[in-house]
Each structure stands twice: as structure tokens, then as C-alpha cells.
Ligand binder design. Sequence first.
Ligand code: NAD
Ligand code: UDP
Ligand code: UDP
Length: 319
Amino acid sequence: MPRLYDSRKRILVTGGAGFIGSHLIDRLLGQGHEVLCADNLFTGTRRNIDHLHAEPRFEFMRHDVTFPLYVEVDEIYNLACPASPVHYQHDPVQTTKTSVHGAINVLGLAKRLKAKVLQASTSEVYGDPAIHPQVESYWGNVNPIGPRSCYDEGKRCAETLFFDYHRQHGLEIKVMRIFNTYGPRMHPADGRVVSNFIVQALRGEDITIYGDGSQTRSFCFVDDLVEGMLRLMATGPDVTGPVNIGNPGEFTMLELAEHVIRLTGSASKIVHRPLPQDDPRQRQPDVSLAKSLLDWEPTINLESGLKRTINYFRDIVTV
Ligand code: NAD
Ligand code: UDP
Ligand code: UDP
């Protein structure tokens, strides 16, 4: 039987001080691995990794992935990229650079080290989808010149780079298409819908629905998402993805607002604000590939996931 020392891996998580990355790191450390977190703290916070301060198998490095990185690791999870539309549109050129130059640098690193590398891609590669629910074989409906393009096209180009490094250099890649994910450690000012609604409800402020609220999203609780991520990374070299990971439960933004008001017991009122340009009308993952390939499916429904997220925000949001 191999000793723990032999099975322990050194794992790089870029974007590890962010919402999803910090949960992933908790799981990896729990499995006994060493983790190096590289993050420029653009949208992530030290608060998300503060509890790891005394953990000798954890190391934090302030680093921007648009610059080369020379470290020695066995596996790489590439999560560095702002994910909220408010944040990724704040400096769109930097967003594209983060996805594209960031991908080139982690792929160059993986190539030198012959390390497995997983890309946190997104359902945004499907754009405003004409196929519903979205299957991995769908090529998408993306505006290349709109306000969301820096993110959508940046992530699409990153997927291209992953597959070209795989074909050209024989790299072992895993491309995961993440659908809307929520949970504790989302930043209260993150601007995404779940955190916005919960913070507004807890503060008794108006709940801001963009447009008429009939647009849909499918929300995955972060623990389910991270489980899917770990399972994808554990697959053999023939599995490259792309693989959708998300919760197929589909809700309108109006339904989401009503759930949040009910579960928080808030007196907040719903108000409507203009719908942002190119806001996708609908989104729902087809997760049959994840089921067959990874034996994975989500286990936490919206109601219980929201309760856990609301409890987290109750502790940190000042009314
Ligand atoms: P997040 O904003 O909380 O985390 C992103 C992290 O990346 C932050 O810690 C940020 O500081 C860091 N970062 C940004 N630019 C960087 C750079 N140039 N160099 C180094 N670090 C940088 O967002 P999240 O929700 O945790 O998303 C993590 C990943 O998952 C992202 O790649 C995102 O695109 C992807 N994703 C998330 C969702 C979702 O619903 N949460 C959906 C689809 C895809
Ligand atoms: N790179 C890195 N760390 C490494 C190896 C490479 O950050 O350990 C970066 C480096 O900036 C390089 C990029 O990854 O430009 C792509 O590397 P690759 O070997 O594919 O191409 P090249 O070095 O020929 O540009
Ligand atoms: N949205 C909303 N109110 C908010 C924030 C977002 O109605 O305060 C809507 C937004 O227009 C979109 C959906 O909620 O239709 C999901 O937005 P989010 O920014 O969370 O992620 P997206 O899936 O658009 O990237």
C-alpha cells in the first residue's frame, strides 16, 4: 500500500481565493494534498482562505495569471477569472487577457511539468442559447462584440487553447463548463443574482429584478459543483470534456426572488430594473454526460442550498 507521502500531490489552484476556488482548496487539503493558491485578489479575498493560515500544506501566492508562473506541481486547476458580469465588465480588456494569456501560461506550465490541467469554463460559451437544455455538442450563440464578449469569447478562446495544447502537445486536459453556482463565500457585493437577492432581503432593501424576471437560470450549490470538479480531474487521459456541471433545476428570476423573500422572512419588495444587454433568456444544463462519465449528479436542491447560503450571509451582512 502506498504511503501517504507518495500519494500526496502538489496542486496549483489559480483563483483559489475566490468563491469556488476556496471551497475546492478545502476539499483538496481534506484529501491530504498540498495546495498552492495563486490569486491576484481582484475579486477574491483573503477572508476566504484566512482559516488556512496555520495549515502547513497550504501556500498563498499573490500572482496575476497573465504573467508567467514557474512553480513545481503535479496538477493544475485554472479558476482565475472574475465571474460576475459587474466585475468582468469593469475592465473588459483585463478579463480577456486573464482568460487568454492566463490559459497560455497555465498550459505552458502544464506542458513543462507534464501535469494534468483543468479549465473552469462556463455555460456562457453557449451565449443566449438556441438549444434548450444545453448539451456539450452545441456550439453556442455568442455575440463577439457585446459587453459580455470579453468573458464569453475569452472563455471560448481558452477552451480552444486547451484543445490545441492537447492535440499539438499531448497535454492531459479537462474542460468543465460550469453553470450558475452559488453558496457561502460569494462576495456580498459580487453583483450576481443569488448574493444580490439575499443581501437585499436581509437588509430589507428592494429586490432588484432586471427586466420582467421571466429569464431563467439553473443554480448549482457549490459543494455539488466541487464534487463534479474533483471527479472530472480524477478521470483518465482519454477524458478531456467539455463536460457540463450544473443543477438542471430551472427557475425564473421572479421565482428565485420569491424563494429568497420566503426563506429570509423579509419584508422587501420586488422592483424592476432595466435588463442588461445580451442577458441570456434561458439556461439549463443537460448533465447526462456528467452522469455517465463521472457518475455525478447534483444532490442539493435550491431550497436547501439557499438556506445554507442565507445562514452564511446572516453572519456577515450588516443590516
Ligand atoms: P470569483 O470572482 O469569486 O473567483 C475568481 C478568482 O480569480 C478571484 O479570487 C480573483 O481574485 C481571481 N482572479 C481574477 N483575475 C485574476 C488574475 N488575472 N490572476 C489571478 N487571479 C485572478 O468567481 P467564482 O465564482 O469563484 O469563479 C471561479 C471560476 O469559475 C472562474 O473562472 C469563473 O469564470 C468560473 N465560473 C463560475 C461560475 C459561477 O456561477 N460561480 C459559473 C461559470 C464559470
Ligand atoms: N510558462 C509559464 N511557466 C512555465 C512554462 C511556461 O508560465 O513553467 C508560460 C510562458 O510565459 C510561455 C507560455 O507559458 O510563454 C507558453 O508556454 P509554451 O511552452 O507553450 O510556449 P513558448 O514558451 O514557446 O511561448
Ligand atoms: N439579475 C437580476 N437582479 C440582480 C442581478 C442579476 O435580475 O440583482 C439577473 C440577470 O439579469 C440575469 C440573472 O439574474 O438574468 C443571472 O445574473 P447573474 O449576474 O447572476 O449571472 P449570469 O448568469 O447572467 O452570468
